[in-house]
Design a protein around this ligand. Structure first.
Ligand code: MG
Length: 264
């Protein structure tokens, strides 16, 4: 594991690229993990530095499993791009785009959740219907490991869930349309559409690993760095795919502060 603050020269090199983009995950990266997803708020320091960086960089995007409008509400910075539902939605300034062929999935999600709810209610499980995707959180459960297995078995046994992709995260199981869209494909799309020459992706969870791989995909004129945010619950692969690491949200605050200074 290579600590960001031990490799600032490497970051300075990438930051010199004229068309530079910063893409960040939300929960566990710029927002501290809470017992329930609706209690989470974006760190005021992160918001402050993102506001400064937004005026200096070609692109600043936030990407999350949350719906795009919710991310925008949480962060609230004009000029940023918000990618919701794991990259299926894109909300910019005055424009909104939904991945093709996903509209019908809100009905699939509704049906699947209706089937699952009776067997999964109680025990601290939180079921979130996010329109075209859903999240089943088990952080509050007394025996999270066994509850996780029970959720997976229940989902896999449902014929209605066959068109869904099951994505595990930190104390959460995500259900989304199985159409090949993830944080990685969304990141690649941003790099291309903004003609980025340099970029940094910061994330803390399983779903961010796809984006780490995307940022490492050889592309002409693009150089990217993946930064993994270390936590107790992080997946093993996170540090394998990351170039550099930061220790928790407090360190992300410090890093964004350093970037703002560096670019001023
Ligand atoms: Mg996260």
């Amino acid at each position: 594991m290579v600590y960001v603050f031990g490799k600032l020269d490497l970051i300075r090199e990438v930051l010199k690229k004229p068309r530079f983009g910063l893409i960040t995950d939300v929960d566990g990266t710029i927002s501290r993990t809470t017992s329930s997803p609706d209690e989470a708020t974006v760190s005021p320091k992160c918001r402050h530095y993102l506001t400064i960086l937004c005026r200096k960089l070609t692109l600043i995007a936030a990407i999350s499993g949350r719906p795009a409008t919710q991310i925008k509400e949480m962060i609230g910075i004009d000029g940023m791009v918000y990618l919701g539902n794991h990259g299926l939605e894109r909300l910019g300034e005055g424009d909104y785009e939904l991945a093709q062929n996903t509209k019908d999935y809100s009905q699939v999600i509704k049906t699947v959740l209706k089937e699952l709810t009776p067997s999964l209610s109680g025990e601290g499980i939180i079921i979130e219907d996010k329109g075209i995707t859903a999240s089943i959180h088990y952080r509050l459960c007394l025996e999270p490991e066994s509850v996780m297995k029970r959720i997976l078995t229940a989902v896999k046994s449902l014929p209605q869930a066959r068109s869904l992709q099951i994505m595990e995260g930190k104390m959460v199981i995500n259900l989304l349309p199985d159409i090949g869209v993830n944080k990685g494909t969304a990141t690649l799309k941003l790099i291309k559409s903004y003609n980025l020459e340099g970029g940094i992706y910061i994330g803390d969870d399983h779903t961010d690993i796809d984006a780490f791989k995307a940022i490492h995909t050889p592309q002409s004129d693009f150089q990217g760095l993946a930064i993994g945010v270390i936590s107790k619950e992080m997946p093993q692969d996170l540090t394998k795919e990351a170039d550099l690491t930061l220790n928790g949200v407090a360190d992300v605050e410090r890093f964004l502060g350093w970037m703002s200074e560096e670019l001023s």
